[in-house]
Design a binder for this molecule. Sequence first.
Ligand code: 13P
Length: 259
Amino acid sequence: MARRPLIAGNWKMHKTVAESVELVQKLRESLSSVADRDILVAPPFTVLAVVAEVLKGSQITVGAQNMNDNVQGAFTGEVSGALLKDVGCSHVILGHSERRQYYGETDALVNKKLKLALDVGLTPIVCVGELLREREEGKTFTVIEKQVKESLGGLAPIQANKVVVAYEPVWAIGTGKTATPAQAQEVHSFIRKWIERLYGEPVASAVRILYGGSVKPDNMDSLMAEADIDGGLVGGASLKAEDFTRIVRYQAVLSARAR
Ligand code: 13P
């Protein structure tokens, strides 16, 4: 079954209002003819509304990088899913490794956010990935299995269908060390098997699994040629219009994906 690719830019804590507007105006133009894949930008909270405004009527959608695990209330400094919807977000990234590492986010918390995101109609992009130490100790699959079961568990199959998963090996994030296409494919196919165990084959074959970690213009083509890699979650290279444009316009060996 062919899955529609999704290429997402995670801007992390970068870009002022002026810089954001400039970047998305360029992307709107450079990607206007792309019709066969989904494109998303995930800027900081402060520019979501202005970015959504600039992108209105284009095929580029907007997502947030995090959301709170409560519906609303006295949670100073936090942002709910409903508020993200209100400014024009369609997606939200959850459980990014930087949130897990620096802000102590657990699988249980990510799972709670996931359910709330689905409740308000946001498409969650749930991140999983092993640390370098864990890979070196041969624990990659144990770690991924736990993250998939605990972060993604407890949904109705109809909800699970809508979830996007991102495999981001922590050792590949911001390091310039990309996983090889074969290394990524091995984990992607493992994640898909676990989704099948949790939710059945139709859901597993519909769910998109993105790869993230030093995705660049010169490695996207080979990553996208792998059967279970359905797109990219791009950090540093999504901050430059030319690089992100080239990544979105990857030229995979499409016959490998069309199975
Ligand atoms: P880099 O592309 O900068 O390695 O970041 C990847 C990432 O964390 C995307 O969410």
